[in-house]
Design a protein around this ligand. Sequence first.
Ligand SMILES: [Fe+2]
Ligand SMILES: [Fe+2]
Length: 256
Amino acid sequence: MSSPDPGMSVPTLDAAQCRFVAATWAFRASAERAAALRFERLEQALRAAQAPQTVIALVQRAVIDERRHVGLCDGLAARFGWAAPALPPTPHGPIGPAGGSESERLLYEVVSSCCVSETLNACMLRAILDRAEAPEIRDTVRSILGDEVHHARLGWLYLEHARAQGQGASLGPLLPRILRGVGVEAIDTPDLPGRDAETLAAWGELDRSSRLAIFHAAMRDVVLPGLERVEVPTQAARSWIAEQSMGLDPFGLSVS
Ligand SMILES: [Fe+2]
Ligand SMILES: [Fe+2]
């Protein structure tokens, strides 16, 4: 397996680093497959719930976007040497708490997948774009990022609508469950020994400390204030994040 052409200034990847980058994009493709399937289902549910037309338009667009992202991510995985079959979609079935009403379960899923997951995803992609030097990584990330911002907006618009209808009163205590469900703990996974953070960063990889800093900043500056703006209490989420410790003072000034 040969390294992709690194261009003039991008550090060259060795074979192990190539496999690492390939696996990142193969996994991202599997998450994009799941997102496409989830949005297909959410489109039907949001129509049935008579969501605002802006939300319906955004979810229709999201289905098309996520299918496009699958192709982009599969393409990058192959470019870096991924030769195994495509990874299957990550779990994408309904996730609302059992016992909740249909509307509360739908709101839970939209908050989880859009307000939290898509917002974090957009923040991670923006950080990758800030650091990556490899043109093919930058082009793909820029293209995907523009769409993920709209998918997050879908969630915030629907949450605002649902709160105005009197829904979501029980969301606050459920926020730790939502954070666990979107895989926040995986952000804190230790880096593989011997990885060269500087070289891999040039190819769009985020190391553990970068992921943690981005996560905490996104929660502090975007997700938690967004929830509070529509009067969803965030104390349970803040306590859960603090309990994880995750290597940083989550709401202190040390996180930028
Ligand atoms: Fe996507
Ligand atoms: Fe998305």
